[in-house]
Structure formats: C-alpha cells, structure tokens
Design a protein around this ligand. Structure first.
Ligand SMILES: [Zn+2]
Length: 425
C-alpha cells in the first residue's frame, strides 16, 4: 500500500492517515456547508466569508502566495459591468434618496456622469425587484429606470446587495429605485467605477524542492447556488457540491505542507464563479504567465456522496490524456476503485474548472464520487448530514498518496490536444 517517494521518505499510506483525519474533514465541511454561509452564493458577502476561511487555512499551512501576487486572494470581476452604487447620488422629485434605496449599474467603468429623467425609459414594478426582470430587457438599447414602491415581496427586500446580470449582460445604464412617488424629475450623479464588485480566486503554493518550475495543481470551487426562494429551507448549502472538494483541497494543503518534501511545486486553487460558468478559473488561467509549467491538475468535485458505492470514484475526460490512467492505477493501490466516467453525454469533463486549463492543453481532470443524478444536486437538501465523512476521508487520503509520482517528478502526463476536444463545448 505505498507509492515510492524517491529521494526522501517513502509515501506511506499510514502517514497520510495521521494527517488527514475524519475529525479534520468533518470540521472543515461543517463550516463550509453551514447555514451561516447561506450557500456561498456568487456576489454575496457569505462567499467572501468562506474565502476568508480558506485563506486562513492556507496561512496556517504556510502556503506562499503565487509569485508576483501580494496575497492568496486574486480578484476578478464575475459579471463584467455589475456595480454597487454606494458612491452615487440620486435626487428624486428634488429629494435626496439614501444609497440603500437605489442601485445604478453602468456598463463602462470610470465615467462620472449626470443623468435626468428624460435619459431613461421608465418602468414601474408592482413587486419587489427580481433578477428575472432583467431578462426581458437584455436586448433593450435604452437606459432603463426600474422603480417600485414595494419594499418587500415574498419576504425578499426591494433589491439584493448584488445584481446578477442576465445571459449576455446589460449593455446599457440601469437604475433601480425604491420610491414612494412617481418621478416627475430626477438627477443622478453616477461615479460607479469606485464601487466595482469583485470576487476572489484563492491560490497558494508549496514551492518545489528540486523542480520549482514544474507545477501540480489541486483545485475545487468554493462557490455554490446561494439562497433561492422563501421555502422554510431555501439555503442551497452545497455540501457535496463543492464544499466536499474544497475540504479535500484544504486537507491536502495541510498534508503536503507537513510533508514538506515536494520536488515539484504544488499549487492549491479555490475558485469562485464556477456555478456561473467557470468564470473564476477562466480568469485565473489568464493570470498565469506560462501554462506550460502546469504539468498536471487534479480538480475535486462532489466526493461526499458515494453514489456508486463505497471506495469508488470516477475521473472525467479519461480519454483526453493519460493522467486518469496514472491516477487510476495509484488510487487502486490505495483502496479506491476508479470506475468509468458514467456518461460522456453529461459532458462532466467540460463542466468544471479543470476545463479552463484543458482548453489550453493542460492535462487537468476532475475526480468525482457522484454526479448530477444525485437527487440533491443543486437542491437545498445538499446538506452536510448526507455526507459520508469516512468514505470521503478515505478518498482524500488516497488522492494524497496517489499523487506521489506526480509530485516527486517521476511521472509526467501527456499534454491535451485541444483540437481533439468535443466541438460542442
Ligand atoms: Zn460543482
């Protein structure tokens, strides 16, 4: 039950056991999937809170920021033009309107501007604002003023702290206002560029001892679906998707930092914006100066539910590189059986953050123990009480041990040929 780790101590499963424990796995996943993080929704403050937790764990394990970055947190703008309008001022019928009663969204950052009522197409809502409303106007070329005198509807307040853009985004100015009376005049002074909403990918490294320019990545996404509707349990906790993978990521960071003998550099990445279409990882690859240095990547998703039985996982995209084969053999030695990718039609290979690297030729695959056939996939019932902690812990230990030949530089998988990838992605 071991993988030989040349030049230093052997890669013993028993050592893995001592560092990666059920207790530790349980601690991390209970926090990430807790109701207090409200489903780690994109654009919500709780996502930043989850990110702070991840940063603290990285710090505890003495990870270093990526070269050229001052800290683990690497910002990106998930929705392009979405802004928080705290710095804008609005006069409505001559009266000052407090910042909490309006949001102004401007697609071009950095413009100070003044606008009057005649600059807008005015739409009155008879309900509280909801993001679906924007869908109707995504093709509209005029500046929109959407206002309502309904502060609450269905238990939700007038507008959320953050607006999610409809597909394709909003191309024009959008002003959302809560007000008592129909506007006869308005004066808007916009300065939204100062208030861009950011999200963060979180990345840290353990520099390699002898091959620091060769990098192995472990990744998972820490965002999920937030809170939907007003049912008694409306929190989409995302325990399996993907608090489980994020927990694995942190447990692996702890394990490899304690070993402190990696020949290649190990990079640990927690991505945001995955549920919006891999937005975090797509931005992240553009911040890396040389993707040729990324030798291999292992993304971890939905390992908390043993959908195919205990000690069983699958690896997505198994025919696009030989990394799945390398992992299959070593996982087997560590008591984890790798079954076939359940259904190519589901395109699981292209549905997680690994794919942002794959299209650039990096052999980067996702290890999963369940998929979207799980009845609680993207449902409020994806809760930590359903997670099989012992099985999940076993999978994490096996991944730690099985990555040994990649991390010590003994094995290098083939690059992926992007021209051979399915065309429909
Ligand atoms: Zn996921």
């Amino acid at each position: 039950m071991m993988v030989v780790f040349s030049g230093s101590q052997p890669f013993l499963f028993s050592q893995v056991k001592d560092t990666i424990t059920e207790k530790e796995v349980s601690r991390i996943i209970h926090y990430l999937a807790s109701d207090s993080l409200k489903g780690r929704g994109n654009g919500r403050p709780e996502l930043l809170k989850a990110g702070e937790f991840i940063g603290d764990e990285f710090r505890k394990n003495n990870l270093q920021p990526l070269p050229g970055f001052p800290e683990y947190f690497i910002p990106f703008r998930p929705f392009g033009g979405s802004k928080k309008a705290v710095g804008d001022s609005l006069y409505w019928n001559g009266n000052y309107t407090p910042p909490g009663q309006f949001i102004y969204i401007h697609p071009v950052p950095g413009n100070y501007l003044e606008k009057n009522l005649r600059d807008f197409r005015v739409i009155k809502l008879d309900s509280a604002f909801s993001e679906n409303i924007l869908e109707q106007f995504s093709g509209d070329s005029s500046s929109l003023l959407i206002w309502t005198n309904r502060k609450q509807a269905n238990g939700k307040s007038f507008f959320p702290e953050m607006i999610e853009m409809p597909p394709g985004g909003i191309k024009h100015n959008l002003l959302l206002v809560y007000a008592e009376k129909t506007p006869d005049s308005l004066l808007l002074r916009g300065n939204t560029s100062l208030y861009s909403m950011l999200e963060y990918n979180i990345a840290g490294i353990l520099p390699g001892k002898s091959k620091p320019d060769e990098v192995i990545i472990f990744s998972a996404h820490y965002d999920h679906e937030g809170v939907y509707g007003s049912r008694p349990d409306s929190i989409m906790n995302g325990a399996n998707d993907d608090a489980s993978g994020t927990t694995a990521l942190l447990a692996l960071a702890n394990y490899f930092s304690k070993r402190n003998d990696n020949e290649r550099t190990i990079m640990f990445c927690a991505f945001a914006g995955e549920e919006l279409g891999l937005l975090g990882s797509q931005d992240f690859v553009t911040t890396l100066t040389n993707l040729k240095k990324i030798i291999a990547g292992i993304n971890i998703e939905m390992i908390g539910i043993p959908q195919f039985g205990h000690n069983k996982v699958f690896i997505t995209g198994e025919r696009y590189s030989n990394l799945p084969d390398i992992l299959r053999r070593s996982l087997r030695k560590n008591g984890i059986y790798v079954r076939d990718d359940p259904d190519e039609k589901k395109q699981l290979f292209s549905r997680s953050d690994n794919y942002s690297f794959v299209v650039n030729g990096v052999p980067f695959h996702t290890i999963m123990a369940s998929d979207d056939d799980d009845p609680c996939y993207h449902q409020p019932c994806d809760e930590v009480r359903r997670i099989d902690i012992p099985n999940m812990t076993h999978i994490i230990k096996a991944i730690a041990a099985s990555a040994g030949t990649l991390i010590n530089g003994k094995q290098t998988p083939w690059r992926i040929a992007p021209s051979l990838l399915p065309k429909n992605n």
